[in-house]
Design a protein. Structure first.
Length: 250
């Protein structure tokens, strides 16, 4: 039986993997993918136990394992913070070509919108979108299909100012970037992190893959011309059906 938190975190109580290690793997993947950047705070034992519906002891073991692997540091009266620094170095690419490629990718794949809601931004989302904790964002979750088979599970966040433009009907017809451009926003730049992870129970179910299958996670933040984040997308793609090719030129 799976237990899910409000934001989709899940543990599989029927799996052979201990619950604390399942939580460790999920938080580790969030750190490796950049969702939890260096110096950011990690949920407390109490918050983790509530989010995953587990005991405080289980949550403590998950945090201890993260500390043992040097992903986080735990200090009394300070809390738990991320200390992992990704080794990857950024390189520059043409933003116009990248946006065109993303829009074309959205055009050639089919999409099923799972949900679109306005919610309080999670700490990692608030930090990525440069908003204050407690502010609300629009969250859109959908599945992309290629040739009738699930390809990727995509969750995007946009400011509430875009709520009338980023709708279920709109997302069914066109990619979210195109909706944002139609709303009058000019894309200035974007940052993207690509990381490998193992599929959690929820992603396994949505993408129809075996438990703990390899997944490619792409985290992308898009900024407008004034360098304000207007889109945060966290996409999980099946590694057996999705490849990312980059053409490098002198």
């Amino acid at each position: 039986m799976q237990t899910k938190s409000k934001r989709g975190s899940a543990v599989d109580r029927a799996a052979a993997i201990p619950l604390y290690h399942q939580i460790f793997l999920q938080v580790r993947d969030e750190i490796l993918s950049g969702q939890r950047p260096f110096g950011s705070a990690v949920a407390t034992e109490k918050e983790l136990s509530k989010a995953y519906s587990v005991s405080r002891i289980t949550a403590r073991r998950a945090l201890d394992e993260l500390a043992q692997h040097h992903f986080v540091a735990r200090k009394r009266r300070v809390g738990t913070t991320v200390i992992f620094r990704p080794p990857a170095k950024p390189f520059e690419a043409n933003i116009d070509r990248a946006v065109d490629s993303l829009i074309e990718f959205g055009r050639v794949t089919k999409v099923r919108v799972l949900s679109i809601d306005t919610e309080v931004a999670a700490p990692s989302v608030a930090e990525a979108m440069h908003i204050e904790p407690g502010e609300r964002v629009v969250r859109a979750a959908r599945v992309r299909y290629l040739d009738g088979e699930p390809l990727g599970y995509v969750v995007s966040y946009v400011p509430t100012a875009l709520s009338s433009h980023v709708t279920r009907a709109g997302l069914t017809k066109m990619p979210i970037l195109k909706l944002i451009k139609k709303a009058g926003y000019q894309v200035g730049k974007a940052t993207q992190t690509i990381a490998a992870m193992l599929a959690d129970p929820m992603i396994c179910r949505v993408l129809a893959v075996e438990p703990r299958s390899a997944i490619l996670r792409i985290t992308r933040t898009v900024y407008d011309a004034s360098a304000t984040p207007v889109l945060l997308t966290i996409a999980h793609y099946r590694s057996d059906r999705y490849q990312l090719r980059i053409d490098l030129q002198h």
